[in-house]
Design a protein around this ligand. Sequence first.
Ligand SMILES: Nc1ncnc2c1ncn2[C@@H]1O[C@H](COP(=O)(O)OP(=O)(O)OP(=O)(O)O)[C@@H](O)[C@H]1O
Ligand SMILES: [Mg+2]
Length: 269
Amino acid sequence: MIELSGISKVYGIDRLVHALRRIDLKVGAGEYVALMGPSGSGKSTLMNIIGCLDRPTAGTYLLEGGTVSTMDDDQLAQVRNRMAGFVFQTFNLLARQTAERNVELPLIYRGVPGPERQRLAMEVLERVGLTEWAMHQPNQLSGGQQQRVAIARALVGRPRFLLADEPTGNLDSRSGQEVMVLFEELNREGMAVMLVTHDERIAHHAGRIIKLLDGRVVSDELNPAPLDATAELERIREQAHTAASAGAGTAAAGMADPPGMADTRGGPV
Ligand SMILES: Nc1ncnc2c1ncn2[C@@H]1O[C@H](COP(=O)(O)OP(=O)(O)OP(=O)(O)O)[C@@H](O)[C@H]1O
Ligand SMILES: [Mg+2]
């Protein structure tokens, strides 16, 4: 599905930064890939090129057989809107819009009529367990809920693959794990998922782990025994429960949500 050959990205005019150096990479439909590497190694640059947010300086990018690397801006924007869903570390939601409006956005760009947009947005919000929070604005939601709105927004256009750049980086471990459960379900349903993480444990949910260093792929390995996200979430809940009942207080109990939220959302489904 995704095929990069000799992809390089150079930033700057006077002082050149070689963010990516001749990357060759194939990712098939339905794969689950974790991308790791130190800060500055080129992970976000690579994700942005794969997601058609940015263009390589050199090399060829084939997406579903079409040559993306030579497309003009309009063509690129169309391919991006149709093919890729994005999730970022900082959620990137519009602060003054409801969750539902945020989720509708990609459909507005596509020219989908209002009532249909709302129907589709509510459908994906239900999918991520946020039906009751659809009319809330981001600042009325916990970090985990905001990230699930962002995932709903990424999914609403039925993309072929999901790109997530440190999606759990700003979340407590339980909210982060809820995100991982969603990714696992989506991948089981056939969606290709590619995520950037600094966290080995998060990376080990993926079936393939790629490591970058100085803009090069230094390791690309299959993970023979991916972690089961649902079992991990259960483990984290157990730990919190044990800590709470041992008198350690509620601080460790993963209480990222304001009081009263836990019973209404029922977790991601
Ligand atoms: N728009 C830009 N202009 C100039 N240089 C850039 C730009 N974006 C990235 N770079 C440089 O390219 C290199 C790779 O950056 P990139 O953001 O891809 O790294 P990363 O692996 O995602 O790092 P992090 O883990 O900190 O997010 C870095 O040296 C960075 O400074
Ligand atoms: Mg980055």
